[in-house]
Ligand binder design. Sequence first.
Ligand code: 2HA
Ligand code: ZN
Length: 274
Amino acid sequence: MSGILQVPAMQGFIRMCMDGWYQGWHERNGGNLTYRMTEEDVNQCRPFFHALGSWVQMDVQAENLAGEYFITTGSGKYFRNVEPDPSHSLGIVEINGEGNAWRIVWGLEDGGKPTSEFPSHFMNHSVRKEATNGANRVIYHCHATNVITLTYILSLTDRDFSRALWQSATECPVVFPEGVGVCPWMVPGGVDIARATSEKMKTYQAAIWAQHGLFVSGSDFDTAFGLAHTIEKSAEIYWKVLASGQPIRQTITDDALRAIAKDFGVDLNKEFLE
Ligand code: 2HA
Ligand code: ZN
């Protein structure tokens, strides 16, 4: 590798940030992305690691993340600047042996820190790593406009959101058959929102933060970005239908949802079917 920016994991991370930026989901410093690195990723990046900083304690702990390395966007940094200025916008952090502190090993130059939502990302990495036997590596939070719009007009239940999204685009029950979780409005950045979200992520791949945005997980950048994109597009269709003021003459019925699940071999969450 001629430089750390040539490492495939770094390239995938930067590409996803820019994809989100061009979707319009990252105004100002909105949103954040973290990626749990493989051993190979770490080995490829290690020659570029700098002198180790000091450990910074967190209010959250996860034993199953001890010793892991994460690529993370920076607190207060702008997705718009990730590609032109990666070494200030991003960093790599190492987690200590107790799973309750991080230190910067690359990037976040000139005093940067991991994303303000690092506690939420960290707890959700822990939960999703466990739920997927280690497959999950990506946690992504974006201010997806149409998802936020829906949180003003639907009741904030997992059931109502899951049904509305499933009924608004035929691929949805295949992409997220378990549905989506919904968190009430909460103060961003703290332990409470981290806990509430990680409770949802025990069951779901995605959680919606009322009046704030979307939180998704995935085994790789394609899957996580694709999930956010699918949910956001379905949300857009749903509110546009409502906003048209026309009566809804037909939608995807529960029997049709069951038929999709059967043909695609997915286990649709029956609690949300009638
Ligand atoms: O600024 O999106 O939730 C980052 C955020 C906080
Ligand atoms: Zn946010």
